[in-house]
Design a protein around this ligand. Structure first.
Ligand SMILES: *[C@@H]1O[C@H](CO)[C@@H](O)[C@H](O)[C@H]1NC(C)=O
Ligand SMILES: *[C@@H]1O[C@H](CO)[C@@H](O)[C@H](O)[C@H]1NC(C)=O
Ligand SMILES: *[C@@H]1O[C@H](CO)[C@@H](O)[C@H](O)[C@H]1NC(C)=O
Length: 431
């Protein structure tokens, strides 16, 4: 409050001074006549770097100020702040914060201590100063003031009637602190009892995923998104850029990179998004078939036949085969085979050797992860060897027929997939 009032008084006082100056213009050298300051109006420095501000000034040198020994002061303009001079010089108080001076009796602002230096010799009209290790808070405008031992006091500031603009300093900075915030909104109804991974970057299929990239840097940054090196979303100027995946699918899983750039550099941040989903059938097949005689020859030609869920399969007694059931899922699905005796086998592969009528029945493959399950089923029929069997089960989809040639090594395998019209020609099947 007090400082505000005081600056108000000062402002009024200055208005009065200016008024007087205008009134008396040309009659008497007064006020600002004879005072000049030559310095760049605006300068930019990179954070942490050093800024040299060249500056020259003149002051009215009439008989009263001749041979006056004076001190120089650089002040940072700041609304509501003021500096009151100490020691022998009674200069009262001025607006702003003192940052550099040739006057040892004064105390500069703490943040400017040992960083701001007046390098010019004020008695030679040199008001140059430097800012070392520039900080973001150094940004602002600065004005120069002189005070002599014989009563000369002058501020090269518009606040005090001087018309030249202050020296304005901006501090630039390459991109810093690039961060990605991930918000995953569960698509499932609230209260769902399903267990889920609480890791912030793991989404379930169907979830909404919001990625928010934030960064610091001056001047304004450009923020862009990339997914697995491909550009996505819209580049944005400023300190944040959001990207939303409205209903996550497997395709949305991958590396998301946010890049922040300005003239002073670039920085990135990457997150890995995992999309989890229930098992889906990838493979349901007979991966290998062995002929019954000779048994399990290693180099016997391999045959892989894909099975349709609910397939009916006919083999001959003594045949051996391997069934393969694989589901794609994230987290990876576990596979359990259940045979007609309801025995469970935890493996993707089910090996059936030397088949007999006892092995006939339903084979079920069950795949699970915490998000769900998928099943595959097949019916196996075993034909007895010996006299050729004329009776076949109903709705046979696949018949595996092995024929041995004269040379056992050169055998021929025929896999006949029968269509429904073929079924019409067959006899009625037993139940
Ligand atoms: C003013 O002082 C600075 C720092 O000492 C110096 O580099 C510069 O040359 C001087 N300027 C003039 C015009 O003498
Ligand atoms: C296959 O099973 C039959 C009947 O159980 C048996 O006689 C035969 O030795 C078995 N063959 C092989 C190769 O295990
Ligand atoms: C396969 O068939 C079984 C029984 O008809 C069914 O429960 C299961 O959902 C089916 N699986 C697939 C992947 O279609």
């Amino acid at each position: 409050m007090a400082s505000y009032r005081r600056s108000a008084i000062w402002a009024n006082l200055m208005k009065l001074t200016m008024l007087t100056a205008c009134f008396c213009k040309g009659i008497e050298s007064n006020g600002i006549v004879g005072f000049t300051l030559t310095a760049p109006a605006s300068l930019s420095v990179r954070r942490g770097h050093c800024l040299h501000i060249p500056c020259q000034f003149t002051y009215r040198s009439d008989s009263s100020s001749m041979n006056e020994d004076f001190s120089a002061y650089w002040l940072k303009d700041q609304e509501g702040a003021e500096y009151c001079f100490q020691g022998a010089i009674s200069g009262g108080c001025v607006q702003g914060l003192l940052v550099a001076t040739s006057d040892d009796a004064q105390r500069v602002e703490r943040s400017a201590e040992n960083r701001f230096f007046l390098t010019g010799n004020p008695n030679k009209g040199n008001c140059s100063f430097i800012i070392t290790e520039a900080q973001l808070e150094d940004e602002g405008s600065y004005y120069f003031r002189i005070m002599g031992d014989k009563g000369l006091k002058f501020s090269y500031s518009t606040t005090y009637g001087y018309t030249s603009p202050h020296v304005s300093v901006t501090v630039s900075e390459g991109p810093q602190d690039v961060k990605i915030k991930v918000v995953i909104i569960n698509s499932q109804t609230p209260g769902s009892s399903r267990k889920r991974d609480l890791g912030a970057k793991v989404a379930l299929e169907g979830d909404t995923v919001r990625l928010l990239c934030t960064a610091k840097g001056r001047p304004s940054l450009t923020l862009t998104w990339k997914k697995d090196k491909e550009s996505i979303g819209i580049p944005k100027q400023g300190n944040e850029n959001a990207y939303e995946i409205s209903s996550a699918t497997l395709k949305d899983a991958g590396k998301y990179k946010c890049q922040a750039e300005n003239d002073f550099g670039s920085a990135t941040e990457t997150i890995h998004l995992i999309v989890q989903y229930p098992p889906r059938f990838a493979t349901f097949s007979i991966s290998q078939i062995f002929e019954r005689d000779p048994p399990l020859i290693q180099d016997f030609p391999r045959v892989t036949v894909s099975l349709v869920n609910g397939s009916r399969l006919v083999v001959q007694e003594g045949d051996s085969l391997q069934l393969l059931c694989k589901a794609d899922g994230n987290p990876p699905a576990t596979t359990v085979w259940i045979n007609p005796m309801l025995e469970k086998l935890t493996d993707e592969r089910l090996e059936l050797v030397n088949l007999t009528a006892k092995d006939e029945g339903q084979y079920l493959c069950q795949t699970d992860n915490f998000l769900g399950s998928a099943q595959g089923m097949l019916m196996l029929f075993v034909e007895s060897s010996g006299a050729p069997k004329m009776i076949l089960p109903a709705n046979v989809d696949i018949i595996l027929l092995f024929q041995l040639g004269i040379n056992k090594m050169s055998c021929c395998i025929c896999v006949i997939i029968l269509c429904n019209c073929w079924n019409l020609n067959r006899r009625k099947a037993p139940k």
